[in-house]
Design a protein around this ligand. Structure first.
Ligand code: HEC
Length: 107
């Protein structure tokens, strides 16, 4: 008999705890997302603005930032072409050299 009472009391305590926790989560919450932290390295190179315009629409600049440094023009040319031809980045062909130049100088 004592045991059953104990079970009933602990069940009641559990129910209260559940009710209390749902009450805490009820209602809408607002979240302020942090600012985008990664940005392209500023530069006077002609390709800087073109890269801003063409390389930030689909993913974070971290994709560029986290590549190994100093890989050179061939590497960046391959990346830009992959973005265009594999992923459909709408980069206009005449802008490619300037973007590749900017990327290989700054990354
Ligand atoms: C149309 C969308 C789109 C645009 C615009 C775009 N990318 Fe990407 N990018 C992708 C996708 C998709 C991936 C692969 C994501 C994954 O694997 O998780 C990617 C991945 C990358 C990576 C990671 C390495 C790799 O090869 O997967 C780099 C670096 C990169 N992009 C650079 C660029 C640069 C530089 C530009 C501007 C010329 C650019 N991206 C524009 C879609 C885009």
């Amino acid at each position: 008999m004592k045991d059953i009472k104990l079970v009933v009391v602990s069940l009641a305590a559990f129910a209260l705890a559940v009710a209390a926790s749902t009450a805490t989560f009820a209602g809408s919450k607002e979240y302020t997302l942090p600012d985008e932290t990664a940005a392209l390295t500023k530069s006077h190179d002609a390709g800087y603005e073109k890269a801003e315009a063409n390389c930030t629409a689909c993913h974070s600049v971290d994709y560029i930032n986290t590549q190994p440094r100093g890989k050179g023009k061939d590497f960046w040319n391959a990346v830009v072409n992959k973005m265009m031809h594999a992923y459909g980045a709408p980069v206009s062909e005449p802008d490619v050299p300037a973007i590749v130049d900017y990327l290989s100088r700054n990354y």
